[in-house]
Design a protein around this ligand. Structure first.
Ligand code: NDP
Length: 293
């Protein structure tokens, strides 16, 4: 690509995320071809200047980079298997959320067809794409990442996590696990205050302020987790035990189910039963890691 020559891109999948990605690329000057299984989702994109492809083959033929933004791993194969030969020699970037092992499987499939493969995990919702808060995590082909980095950066901050194609997805889901646990904690709190007639709307700004402040503890927890020494914690498990018991009691009194806080209390109780009452909360990581179902 020269300075004046923009990368040609095909976006396969025009759900809200695919549309946001395609729109951002078109506005960024990339000649962009779009395809979707169900017709009729590309009108706005065509209005912006995208080319609508009648099938995947013609979309792929038009582009140096093919971006898949589909429903799940199975749908990626459903769409790409029939056109594998046409993808040979092209760059395939999979932004569909897939589990790390699925991303690795897709990379092996791509390698078997002579396709250069980069996997991505999108850490944004569609309206954020192309804006300052969006970030996309990548792993797999470093060559694709380096070559098309200016295009990828149009979508959001672009971070590369190495050549294991599963790593971006691993980070993606590790972050989403934290997000869902945090949301669930907020929902639990909203249910608690509701018992006193307090609205979730009134509660939300307080939750934002407190939980944001609490993220300041991540770094010191992280240092303890990485050292494997949890004995230096000023607030060990025995400090948190009465708080969790009180949260459980207060939840019960407020008529709130224990689906969210019950398992957290159980983890602390287990740590104390193991004779580790003097060790920090971060030791829960040891309890969780290496678990096989
Ligand atoms: P949608 O579920 O709204 O869209 C899925 C797209 O995949 C549609 O275009 C759908 O086509 C297509 N599709 C699904 N199954 C098949 C199939 N078997 N064959 C052909 N096409 C298929 O998802 P989003 O656009 O919201 O998200 C796309 C990806 O981005 C997902 O992996 C999602 O996890 C990820 N993502 C989304 C975020 C979001 O906030 N939306 C945030 C971060 C990641 P059709 O219109 O024909 O049904």
């Amino acid at each position: 690509m020269t300075a004046n020559e923009q990368t040609t891109v095909a976006v396969l999948g025009l759900g809200p995320m695919g549309r946001a990605i395609a729109a951002t690329l078109v506005k960024g000057g990339n000649p962009t071809t779009v395809w979707n299984r169900t017709p009729g989702k590309d009108a706005e994109l065509v209005g912006l200047g995208a080319v609508s492809a009648p099938d995947t083959a013609s979309a792929i033929d038009s582009a140096a980079v093919v971006v898949a933004v589909l429903g799940d791993h199975a749908s990626v194969h459903e769409v790409l298997d029939p056109v594998a030969d046409r993808l040979r020699g092209k760059a395939l970037i999979n932004l569909t959320s897939t589990a790390p092992e699925d991303s690795r499987e897709l990379a092996r499939w791509a390698a078997g067809h002579g396709i250069d493969f980069l996997d991505g995990g999108i850490m944004a919702v569609p309206p954020m794409i192309g804006g300052p808060g969006a970030s996309i995590l990548y792993s797999g082909s470093e060559q694709i990442f380096d070559r098309f980095r200016p295009d990828l950066e149009k979508l959001g901050a672009a971070d590369y996590f190495g050549d294991d194609p599963g790593t971006a997805a691993l980070y993606d889901f590790a972050l989403l696990a934290g997000m869902y646990a945090m949301f669930a904690g907020f929902f639990h709190g909203a249910a608690m205050v509701r018992s006193a007639g307090v609205t979730a709307t009134f509660f939300a700004p307080r939750a934002v302020a407190f939980l944001t402040a609490m993220t300041g503890s991540f770094q010191s927890y992280a240092e303890m987790i990485d050292s494997g020494d949890y004995t230096q914690e000023v607030q060990p498990a025995r400090f948190h035990k009465p708080a969790l018991d009180a949260i459980v009691r207060a939840s019960r009194d407020a008529g709130v189910a224990l689906d969210i806080v019950g398992p957290i209390k159980n983890l602390i109780d287990r740590q104390i039963a193991d004779g580790r009452a003097g060790e920090g909360l971060g030791r829960v990581t040891e309890e969780l890691a290496g678990h096989r179902e």
